[in-house]
Structures are given as C-alpha cells and as structure tokens.
Design a protein. Structure first.
Length: 129
C-alpha cells in the first residue's frame, strides 16, 4: 500500500509534535514509519533527521542528510542547516562552521538566520574554553 504525500506530511507533523512535547520515543516510532514510507521525499527525510537530532541521534541524522537528501539536492540549504546542527552537536565543529558559512553566503533569509545564530553560539563556546 502506498501512502500519499499528504499522509506522510501529516505523520511527520504528528512525529514532530511528539518530539517537541518530550515524547521522543513515540515521535521516533512515527518518524521511523515516515522514513520507511516516504519514498525518498527530501522534505520528509529532513523531518526524520530533525527528529533524530531531538533524540540525540546525531550520527543517524548526519547519515540521513548526507546520504539521502544532499546527494540528490546538494544545494538544499535547509538540509545543510540541520546537518550543521547535527555536526555541531556531535563535535564536528569545523565541518559545521564551514556549512554555516556556506549557508550565510548562499542561503535564503530563514536559513541564513539559523546559520548565523548557530555560528555565533559556536564562536562564543570556543572563546569560553
């Protein structure tokens, strides 16, 4: 049975809400279903990666974004933003900084705002050490 794009979007929203409200286990269960049934839709896979970031599963988020989203859409700035977040959280600060600088140079306003915020946070954390 094929699940419609609209149903994938609805399931993603429910999964996000569960994660955002602290029920990470249920959110992950829902997002696992989204990942298995989204047919490689980039937007859905970015959502799956976001839920992995919320669950602290940074390496899984990095894998999804690098192997499943950015290989097909190398200029997807939203995917790059979340990849930068996951890299930063996993300790790969240099790659995260490079991504955030690329986003600031080439991304849309929302993506540039997120990248600037994270870049400032990372810079401040480096200076505090």
């Amino acid at each position: 049975m094929e699940i419609s794009t609209e149903m994938i979007q609805l399931l993603s929203q429910v999964g996000y809400l569960a994660c955002f409200n602290g029920d990470v286990d249920k959110g992950q269960l829902i997002m696992d279903s989204v990942e298995a049934n989204c047919g490689g839709q980039s937007a859905a896979l970015v959502g799956v990666a976001i839920s992995r970031i919320y669950a602290g599963q940074y390496e899984d988020a990095i894998r999804i974004l690098k192997e499943n989203v950015l290989t097909d859409e190398p200029e997807n700035m939203t995917a790059k933003c979340f990849l930068g977040m996951a890299l930063s959280e996993s300790g790969d600060v240099d790659e995260a900084i490079a991504l955030f600088n690329d986003i600031i140079e080439h991304g849309g306003e929302d993506d540039r705002t997120i990248a600037s915020f994270y870049l400032a946070e990372m810079t401040e954390a480096k200076q505090a050490v």
